[in-house]
Design a protein around this ligand. Structure first.
Ligand code: ATP
Ligand code: MG
Length: 268
């Protein structure tokens, strides 16, 4: 546990995000209040289109709210220009669902992983002289990829290995927060548990704050101590994962929980 655990890391107040989709007006977020403390592991679940990805993109500063306010580590980021978001770009990293589309196929894995370190905004934040080769070796080892992986291309790896590459890239700037949006949904069922276990170990070893979006409640149960349930752009339930599981407060949550396949207790 980090010494600053318990301090507020994210806060959002009355967040809304409206999209124009063709001629249609979509209210993707409809007045979200949320607070997250350093060291917490928050799972966000909810039906498709409920606003999960929109919410985490706003927290990561990858998108702007239509109204409402967002703070990271005590600084309001709502309207900060990109050039002043360096502290956020260095501290918050994302892992997306499909490593096939999130990794540039024409770049070597080593370039992909060290790319965040080369961004001017991030470079200004990091202590001088991060040794890229050393950092690459460190994060490759952390995700259990061979030392020579950096010289190869993404297509030379399996789906599970490609997601490890995406995780290594996210770890490269030594972030405080990892946000993973459906991190194992695109992977073969056979490798999902390995990647989840890897994430669990990394979060514990590095004292990361974690936000995981998933439609799969087994995933968040595995990774998260906190749970937020979203529906139609709102958070309809929020609490300790075990508490929400044992005492769901809404029929909606109960239905989501009931749709979870029974946990296998034999084999694997
Ligand atoms: N860039 C966009 N342009 C237009 N509409 C969008 C955009 N992004 C999201 N939306 C709409 O906003 C709503 C919420 O989308 P969001 O992607 O946040 O949902 P989600 O909970 O992540 O869903 P899923 O589980 O399918 O990933 C949906 O109605 C979606 O169609
Ligand atoms: Mg989504």
């Amino acid at each position: 546990m980090g010494e600053r655990d318990g301090a507020e890391i994210f806060r959002a107040e009355n967040l809304t995000r409206r999209y124009r989709d063709g001629g249609r007006d979509v209210l993707a977020l409809d007045g979200i209040d949320i607070r997250l403390e350093r060291g917490q592991r928050l799972g966000i679940v909810g039906e498709s289109g409920s606003g999960k990805s929109t919410l985490v993109r706003l927290l990561a500063g990858l998108d702007r709210p239509t109204s409402g306010r967002v703070w990271f580590d005590g600084t309001e980021i709502t309207d900060l220009p990109e050039k002043r978001l360096g502290f956020l770009r260095a501290s918050v990293q994302m892992v997306f669902q499909d490593p096939r589309s999130s990794l540039n196929p024409r770049m070597r894995v080593g370039e992909i992983i060290t790319e965040p370190l080369r961004s001017r905004l991030v470079r200004r934040q990091l202590a001088d002289g991060v040794d890229h080769a050393r950092r690459l070796a460190e994060v490759l080892a952390a995700v259990d990829l061979p030392p020579d992986a950096g010289t190869r291309y993404p297509h030379e790896f399996s789906g599970g290995q490609r997601q490890r590459i995406a995780i290594a890239r996210a770890l490269a700037p030594h972030p405080e927060v990892l946000i993973a949006d459906e991190p194992v949904s695109a992977l073969d069922v056979s490798v999902r548990a390995q990647v989840l276990n890897l994430l669990t170990d990394l979060v514990a070893a590095r004292g990361l704050t974690l936000v995981v979006v998933s439609h799969d409640l087994l995933v968040v149960r595995h990774l998260c101590d906190q749970l937020a349930v979203m529906r139609s752009g709102r958070i309809v339930e929020r609490g300790e994962t075990s508490e929400v599981y044992s005492h769901p407060q809404t029929d909606y949550t109960r239905t989501l929980l009931d749709s979870v396949p029974r946990i296998r207790t034999s084999g694997r």
